[in-house]
Ligand binder design. Structure first.
Ligand SMILES: [Zn+2]
Length: 599
């Protein structure tokens, strides 16, 4: 990724040497690509030292510091490509989005090396932004065209406790979509540029700026619409603000839009964005498979949103359920098993072997976004509640240091059989081990979920998908099993009418051409209803990546060349597809109709 950053000119663009007429002008969002890489690198360095990575981090920090203007402003594009046009096009410029990513990088850098070398310049930049925007006399009443800065400000507020960050985030979130007598801010700024307003692509009849989620106030929004990455970053910030301020009406809005997103607009993998025209949401239950967009960044945004909702109410298991579903499917599919190639779009069915992962994209938001999510995976495994209850959300082998009240640190070790098999052993060290309360989530698709404390089965305590218990003997043992299960589509998702999908634990499965060479076109598969899938451990195909996943074999009729033939179809987890060759995939598979293929 660093090589790509250098080869494409991004890395050096911060040196501000590009001049009008030179080839390869810096793009509006290049700063964010570097910032996300830097953020990921800093989090990785907090986990393990790496002198050569640390040197690259130092260089990037120097470049950002040197690119800062006297007044605090940092933006490559508006410094060298369109100087003098700062803040003239918030709706499309990504200027505040870049600022948000740079600030997140500074927060990560501060955690990694306890230095303020990047944090102080970024706080200066944020103070400058605060001096430009707001409802005060002489300020611009604008807000980000691509939300991101809002969540970064709230993250900053929670990390360093600077209340001005909360105030600015609150302004951006409250002002978004507010009707104003002078007109919509994005219209006003377009007029000032002498241009026609550009509200972006949207469905027929949609209100202006619904693409940006800026057509109305968040509290008035019934349904999530528009560009899905913008929407998820925004709702991450909305739910974070609701938690921090305990604002009931904002919390209601966050919950309403959570339901809209996850109950009516989400694919079975946790992917979002059925409409490629605007890289975002279609009407409720319109989830086309071949043409769906499902940007990797949107899935990452849903993980962020789910995490914020989970912090609000860690006992409501649907938040961790969606987080787990999205992470294991819609996020992981975005990166190859060697970590070097990426999908931008992740449709659930392809035809024509057109899809393969790329090392990079012109618009390369997804690769560094995957990197920073993977580098911070640890924060999603456990959270600590206000009463010091330790919530176990994910069963991933790890050692975690958690801070409980009074600033005390405890160490938890979790050993798991995941991902293909269930079960975990959780042990805890420290003087407080014997009084800690645990709340253990039953994972997605888990069967026979049992929790043992000192060898005694306490599973009867399960309530709403969680077992809550005090740690008594220093070790809790969690047992559960996975088996393949067939999933029926929602009756209103007509694209999947008569189809079934298969899952095992949190993994959604798919048919991939390479595993089914006897089938010329995966659309010819008709699953025979009622037959139980068979499970096999695949030790050969994925061995070069050290994986031995469980594959499924299901009985099907293949309708090809006018012949009706019974055959066995092999299914693998969606996140593993497209690693061995250029291929096709299909998640939802039609069931056999009684007289189909008998003509
Ligand atoms: Zn992306």
């Amino acid at each position: 990724m660093l090589d790509q950053m250098k080869q494409t000119g991004r890395w050096d663009s911060l040196k501000l040497q590009w001049k009008s007429g030179d080839p390869n002008p810096p793009h509006r969002f290049w700063d964010s690509d570097i910032a996300k890489w830097l953020e990921a690198a800093c989090y990785i360095l907090t986990l393990q030292p790496d002198p050569s990575l640390a040197a690259q981090v130092d260089e990037a920090v120097d470049n950002i510091r040197n690119a800062q203007h006297e007044d605090g402003y940092i933006n490559t594009y508006y410094t060298v490509v369109e100087p003098g046009k700062r803040w003239t096009n918030l709706s499309w410029s990504h200027e505040l989005y870049d600022a948000g990513h740079l600030f997140e990088a500074a927060l990560a850098h501060n955690l990694y090396c306890q230095s303020r070398r990047l944090l102080d310049p970024l706080l200066k930049y944020i103070r400058y932004i605060d001096s430009v925007f707001g409802l005060r006399e002489g300020h611009k009443a604008g807000y980000p065209g691509h939300q991101e800065l809002e969540l970064a400000l709230l993250k900053g507020y929670e990390q360093i406790g600077d209340k001005s960050l909360l105030v600015l985030a609150n302004y951006f979130l409250e002002e978004r979509g507010q009707p104003r007598p002078q007109g919509h801010y994005f219209d006003v700024e377009a007029e000032a540029r002498g241009e026609a307003p550009n509200p972006g692509p949207s469905p027929k009849g949609a209100p202006k700026y619904s693409y940006h989620q800026a057509d109305r106030r968040v509290r008035d929004m019934e349904s999530i619409e528009g560009h899905s990455v913008r929407a998820m970053y925004w709702l991450t910030a909305v739910s974070n603000l609701a938690r921090v301020t305990k604002d009931e009406s904002l919390l209601e809005a966050a919950e309403r839009l959570w339901d809209s997103t996850t109950k009516r607009k989400m694919y079975v993998t946790g992917g979002l964005g059925g409409m490629s025209e605007w890289e975002g949401f279609g009407p409720d239950y319109v989830l086309p498979n071949e043409t769906g967009y499902l940007e990797t960044c949107a899935a990452i945004g849903l993980v962020f949103f789910a995490y914020q909702m989970l912090l609000i109410d860690p006992r409501r298991t649907e938040y961790a359920d969606i987080l787990e579903r999205t992470l294991y499917n819609a996020v992981l599919v975005g990166v190859s098993l060697d970590g070097k190639r990426f999908f931008y779009e992740n449709p659930l069915a392809t035809v024509g072997k057109l899809y393969e992962r790329s090392a990079w994209f012109d618009c390369s938001c997804c690769p560094p976004n995957v990197a920073r999510l993977i580098a911070t995976l640890g924060k999603y495994v456990f959270t600590v509640g206000a009463d010091d209850t330790i919530y176990v959300h994910l069963y991933i082998s790890c050692t975690a240091e958690l801070t409980i009240s009074g600033g005390k640190r405890i160490t938890i070790v979790q050993q798991c059989n995941e991902p293909w098999n269930g079960g975990a052993k959780i042990s805890i060290n420290g003087p407080d081990a014997h009084r800690m309360k645990f709340s253990l989530r039953k994972p997605l698709g888990a069967e026979d979920f049992k929790v043992y404390s000192e060898g005694i089965n306490i599973s009867s305590l399960e309530l709403n998908g969680r077992v809550e218990t005090y740690m008594t003997g220093g070790i809790l043992t969690v047992d559960f099993a996975y088996s393949a299960r067939a999933i029926s589509p929602h009756p209103l998702v007509l694209d999947n009418r008569g189809c079934i999908a298969f899952m095992r634990g949190p993994f959604v499965y798919c048919a991939e051409t390479i595993d089914n060479p006897q089938i010329k076109d995966l659309r010819a598969i008709r699953i025979i209803p009622g037959r139980t899938p068979r499970e096999f451990v695949e030790k050969r195909e994925f061995s070069e990546w050290g994986l031995d996943p469980i594959v499924l074999k299901v009985d099907a009729i293949i309708l090809e060349d006018g012949v009706r033939k019974e055959d066995e179809v092999t299914l693998i987890p969606v996140c593993l597809w497209a690693n061995r060759a250029r291929s096709d995939l299909r998640v939802w598979l039609p069931s056999l109709l009684p007289d189909e293929g008998l003509a």
